[in-house]
Design a protein around this ligand. Structure first.
Ligand code: NAD
Length: 339
């Protein structure tokens, strides 16, 4: 049976984005992915070409294709425009950000046997965009964390459903409800309620500071974590560090609207952009998650096989992982080792 070809919006992104996107597209072709690309801009490329960090054409493309592969986008700290990443996740209501971190054999790391999936709420919390200066001289500012029962429940439910689909045994809800009694208390209480419907999945909760320590001391204790936006953002960089670094960590943004967007956990890496040395693994593994989502499982398996085999050998992995090759050399190895 031939697989139906799917049109996918491709946002190459800023910094190392174009380099890792080109590598990923090449590897996807070689893996036999049945996708056609609609290339659209966002971030700095959007500003340069359309004077808009999130051009209407990009929004229209996502509305049409309902699936996107996205490179990292630069968001200047402080003033300027709002994060395009946050806007895209909110606009398409992709409320769950799924970030798996699994030890990859051969990749240098301080730990073995890490296998944890973080489900991060993606639309609320301190990222809801409710911020203002308190005084006209701008010497004090306030950012408000919005947590709703609705937003908490659908994300936590997504985590439980994910656990069932993927044979996961335990979910740890991470919070700071001892101090943030109302907002984080609401997330925790909602989690306890939802958990009652999933007797087959173990459920516990942990305060975020203790979680940070336990993840470092005993990461194999964790199976899945569900948490709010800010804690999820921070802890998923931590879990990326447990498996070798940001270069290898993938992510998926999913909601009920049907739209899904796949991107690496890392940012634009401006320090190495344009040098041809970036590690495209995070985006490649995000693309494998995209192929699973599109039910192109054979191509996903081929891509993962090539990635894992190339990472196992220092000759064929990139410098950030102690390897000897560059983006192009690694990509060629991934393709060669797929079969
Ligand atoms: P970063 O993830 O870009 O880089 C952190 C460090 O990790 C750097 O030393 C970098 O060289 C290294 N690194 C990251 N990805 C790598 C890769 N694929 N291969 C090899 N090394 C890699 O984080 P940052 O420097 O804090 O952020 C830079 C910019 O990226 C900021 O504008 C930030 O807003 C943006 N950002 C975007 C996203 C996204 O689009 N999803 C996520 C995080 C940060």
């Amino acid at each position: 049976m031939t697989t139906k070809r799917t049109l996918v919006s491709l946002i190459e992104g800023d910094g190392i984005g174009p380099e890792i996107a080109a590598a990923t597209v090449k590897a996807l072709d070689a893996a036999g992915a049945q996708v056609d690309w609609e290339r659209v801009d966002a971030g700095l490329a959007g500003v340069e070409r359309h004077k808009d960090p999130l051009p209407q054409a990009t929004i229209d493309s996502l509305k049409k294709t309902q699936v996107a592969l996205k490179g990292p986008l630069a968001t200047p700290s402080g003033g300027g425009y709002r994060s395009v990443n946050v806007t895209l996740r909110q606009q398409f209501d992709m409320y769950a950000n799924v970030r798996p971190a699994k030890t990859i054999k051969g990749v240098p790391s301080r730990y073995e046997n890490v296998d944890v999936v973080i489900v991060r709420e993606n639309t609320e919390d301190l990222y809801a965009g409710v911020e203002h200066y308190v005084d006209p001289r701008r010497t004090a500012a306030e950012s408000i964390a919005i947590i709703t029962k609705f937003g908490s429940e659908r994300c936590i439910r997504y985590a439980f459903e994910y656990a069932r689909r993927h044979g996961r045994k335990r979910i740890t809800l991470v919070h700071k409800a001892n101090i943030l009694k109302m907002s984080n208390g609401l997330f925790l209480d909602t989690g306890k309620e939802v958990a009652k419907e999933y007797a087959d999945i173990q459920f516990d909760d942990m305060i975020v500071d203790a979680t940070a320590m336990k993840l470092v001391l005993q990461p194999e204790r964790f199976d899945m974590i569900v948490t709010m936006n800010l804690f999820g953002d921070i802890l998923s960089d931590l879990t990326a560090g447990l498996i070798g670094g940001l270069g290898v960590a993938p992510a998926a943004n999913i909601g009920d609207s049907g739209c899904a967007m796949f991107e690496a956990v890392h940012g634009t890496a401006p320090d190495i952009a344009g040098k041809g040395i970036a590690n495209p693994t995070g985006l490649m593994l995000s693309a494998a998650m995209m192929l699973d989502h599109l039910e192109q499982r054979d191509a996903a398996a081929r891509l993962r096989k090539g990635v894992i085999a190339a990472l196992a050998n220092p000759e064929t992995r990139t410098g950030d992982l102690g390897g000897k090759t560059n983006t192009a050399g690694y990509t060629d190895a991934v393709i060669r080792l797929m079969d």
